[in-house]
Design a protein around this ligand. Structure first.
Ligand code: SF4
Ligand code: SF4
Ligand code: F3S
Length: 266
């Protein structure tokens, strides 16, 4: 894929829960260690890297000044209120760090709904002024591909990276999400859809109807207004929220904490 020369990748953390990194660790086609050892040169990732303190800072500086450039993956929203003081790393605000680094990157991928749209940090009343990357840095020329989801499916993260490494044009929707992953609603791919169409709605989460695959729409499911490929790609090759009996809460949509709640209806 990368013809012996592993492209430099820098992974930054901002205001987030690290769930996206946890999800990425569980990718399996290929496994993450194969990606790290054979495909990319991951020079900076605060959760995974061995180095700390000044050594870590040195790695980051070298990576972002690499003569061949670098791809930047970013997890977490950017706190902007009060000059960004709500998020600092190594004495710099997350806002300044990302402004410096993202504007130099060959490509930027927002990993997860926090980095893409602000996520839970940006939920009302958003005291830290949290924003997604394009909202923050669009005016400086940053145009991140948004791999939305809370967390996103790891295959979507890796798929976007692979497409960038192959130099492919990635077609995006109005929210900068790749159409190849976010082109259809959860609802249109859902195995409970025949029950929706038959007007068969589960009356409660613990009902026999819910266990028998009836539709969760009347319990709050936001699948009809959510674009993501969960029913097709599954998580960990096993399941996805609606299959497990939980309604889709719209985690790949902008502002879902505010605009799609309450998540449950009973
Ligand atoms: Fe955590 Fe969700 Fe934000 Fe990822 S998108 S960092 S899983 S809150
Ligand atoms: Fe649509 Fe949700 Fe019903 Fe599935 S469970 S058919 S996503 S409303
Ligand atoms: Fe998120 Fe809905 Fe998929 S909550 S994980 S987009 S089923």
């Amino acid at each position: 894929l990368t013809q012996g020369k592993r492209p430099v990748v820098v992974y930054l953390h901002n205001a987030e829960c690290t769930g996206c990194s946890e999800a990425l660790l569980r990718t399996y086609q290929p496994l993450l260690d194969a990606i790290l050892f054979d495909t990319i040169s991951l020079e900076y990732h605060e959760t995974l890297m061995q180095a700390s303190g000044e050594m870590a800072e040195k790695s980051l500086e070298e990576a972002i000044n690499h003569p061949d450039g670098f791809i930047c993956l970013v997890e977490g929203a950017i706190p902007t209120a009060q000059d960004g003081i709500f998020g600092t790393i190594a004495g710099h605000t997350m806002y300044d760090n990302c402004k410096k680094i993202l504007t130099k990157a060959k490509a930027v991928v927002a990993i997860g709904t926090c980095a893409a749209f602000g996520g839970v940090q940006a939920a009302a009343p958003n005291p830290t002024g949290a924003k997604g990357l394009n909202d923050c840095y669009g005016e400086f020329g940053v145009n991140a591909i948004n791999i939305a989801g809370c967390p996103p499916n790891p295959l979507n993260m890796v798929g976007a990276l692979v497409a960038l490494l192959q130099g492919k044009e990635v077609e995006l929707d109005d929210n900068n999400r790749p159409l190849m992953f976010f082109g259809e609603t959860v609802h249109d791919q859902c195995e409970r859809l025949p029950h929706f169409e038959a007007g068969e709605f589960a009356p409660s989460f613990d009902s026999e109807e819910a266990k028998n695959g009836w539709c969760l729409y009347e319990l709050g499911c936001k699948g009809p207004s959510t674009y993501n490929n969960c029913p097709k790609v599954l998580f960990n090759e096993v399941s996805w929220p609606v299959k497990g009996g939980h309604p889709c809460i719209g985690c790949s949509e902008p502002d879902f904490w505010d605009s799609l709640s309450p998540f449950y209806e009973a």
